[in-house]
Ligand binder design. Structure first.
Ligand SMILES: Nc1ncnc2c1ncn2[C@@H]1O[C@H](COP(=O)(O)OP(=O)(O)O)[C@@H](O)[C@H]1O
Ligand SMILES: [Mg+2]
Length: 465
């Protein structure tokens, strides 16, 4: 008898009376408030453990080993010689007498500048960046949640920063994961991308009112929100992070409000291109001249925020796992992208043709699906099949599943913020290799695109001379 019940599946022989005794009363909407409050207290507790006394995150330091292995690839002895010969350069600090030297990222960037100026030209110490061209905007999107959008965007932003690029991260997901990763504390929608979208509409409404005045018609009212937004620019919502060369436009739950507000605006002024609001404001506020790369993290939905992110992007990355369900839903995501953007083009172009204006056509420098959380032992066949069907659209690089992401702990996010001494060196090296390879595949795409543009620019200049 006892043996029998021990081998029964756990869902047999549940006693309804005992089950009833476990229950609380029915849940009401006010219970949600209590649960939310408990979560908020727990979250604040967790978050406070990752924060220093001033309440901000700090970036760890980088050791000579890590610098010469990953960031400024020279022999350790040579690195030490150069530092010794140049006492003005950062010399690092050691935790113990004669122990390893550690440097801040700012110091690493200065050292890299020195090696680039003095060292072998063949080494590419500084990443390629054509002059006179704007920052490239990269959107990471997929309709599905949990596919690795935020992890991919955050790791790419950090890799690019370690590589020496100046990076802006824009979080369009009201869940704010990317914002937490970069230590942003956002109070309300006024500290997110929302005022930029509102200003775009406010400007369009102002222009419309000038036209109305010309026709002797009454103006449409500018409400308080729009009047406030008209005073704001990107600089008001861009904040520094604990990374010296990464800035952030953060997100917070209220940003979700934009999904309801934008369609209301659109009803009020059909001519306003609300899908273009973010791109328009980034250009108007000259943001692209201040950075090398802009990474946009998007919510798992194809709403107005995602559409704005995608419309602003030059490069679109679509992460997905090598599973049937994710392949299937990603196919549907591309189908939705097609119908969404084709219908915007159609809508715009009927009017444009009638007025003899240039037609709207969306164009991206590159679109790449990226396999994330890849398990070669289990998913090789499915990944090969996906590759066969998607061809060049699927990046040949597969981002391996790595336990390092989950293990990095509550204070740090991702591999680049983790201290390698907390891990077995082998595990660390393998985990880091995965994301270095993700960055390498992305950088190859980026450099190809920048070179193509640089050549077109030079040819254009040559022709006009
Ligand atoms: N390469 C990876 N290896 C292991 N876990 C990963 C990897 N990439 C992402 N994850 C984990 O998968 C989960 C979902 O990732 P996330 O980036 O938040 O997805 P999304 O932004 O698409 O919702 C997270 O718990 C994250 O830590
Ligand atoms: Mg996410």
């Amino acid at each position: 008898m006892a043996k029998d019940s021990a081998t029964l599946p756990p869902f047999f022989n549940i006693d309804p009376d005992a089950a009833m005794a476990d229950l609380d009363g029915p849940a009401t909407s006010s219970d949600f408030a209590e649960i939310a409050e408990a979560c908020a207290r727990g979250r604040a507790d967790l978050a406070s453990r990752g924060l220093n006394e001033e309440g901000g995150k700090t970036l760890r330091q980088f050791s000579t080993w890590e610098i010469t292995r990953y960031l400024i690839p020279v022999a350790v002895a040579h690195f030490r010689r150069v530092l010794k010969a140049n006492p003005d350069l950062p010399q690092g600090r050691s935790e113990t007498e004669g122990g390893a030297k550690w440097f801040t990222l700012d110091e690493v960037l200065r050292l890299r500048g020195h090696f680039a100026a003095q060292g072998a030209k063949s080494k590419n110490y500084l990443p390629y960046r054509p002059k006179g061209l704007p920052a490239k905007i990269v959107a990471v999107a997929n309709f599905k949640g949990g596919v690795g959008k935020t992890s991919t965007a955050a790791h790419l932003a950090m890799s690019a920063a370690l590589d020496g690029y100046k990076v802006l991260v824009i979080d369009l997901d009201s869940q704010g994961s990317m914002t937490s990763i970069f230590g942003g504390r956002i109070e309300d929608e006024w500290q997110t991308a929302f005022p930029l979208l509102a200003r775009h509409y406010g400007e369009a409404l102002r222009a419309e009112n000038r036209a109305r005045a010309g026709r002797g018609e009454a103006p449409q009212p500018l409400d308080e929100t729009l009047s406030a937004a008209l005073e704001m620019s990107a600089a008001d919502v861009i904040r520094p992070t604990h990374w010296p060369n990464i800035d952030l436009i953060g997100a917070q739950l209220n940003l979700y409000w934009a999904e309801f507000q934008i369609p209301v605006w659109r009803m009020g002024l059909r001519s306003c291109k609300l899908w273009d609001a973010l791109a328009d404001r980034l250009a108007a506020d000259r943001v692209l001249a201040q950075y090398d790369l802009v990474f946009i993290d998007t919510p798992p939905a194809l709403g107005y925020l995602t559409i704005n992110g995608l419309a602003a992007a030059d490069i679109l990355l679509v992460p997905l796992g090598a599973s049937f369900l994710e392949f299937d839903s990603t196919g549907r995501f591309f189908d939705m992208l097609h119908s969404t953007f084709a219908s915007i083009e159609d809508g715009e172009n009927i009017a444009a043709r009638a007025l003899g204006r240039p037609e709207t056509m969306f164009e991206w420098d590159a679109v790449r699906a990226v396999i994330t959380r890849y398990d070669g032992a289990q998913q090789g066949e499915l990944a090969a099949l996906m590759q066969a069907y998607l061809g060049r659209t699927l990046s040949p690089h597969r981002q391996d599943f790595t336990a390092l992401i989950g293990q990095a702990g509550e204070q740090v996010n991702g591999i680049y913020e983790a201290d390698y001494r907390d891990f077995n060196r082998e595990t660390y090296a393998r985990g880091r290799e995965t994301f270095d390879a993700t960055y390498a595949a992305f950088k190859r795409l980026l450099l190809g695109i920048w070179r193509r543009e640089e050549q077109a620019l030079n040819e254009g200049n040559a022709r006009s001379e």
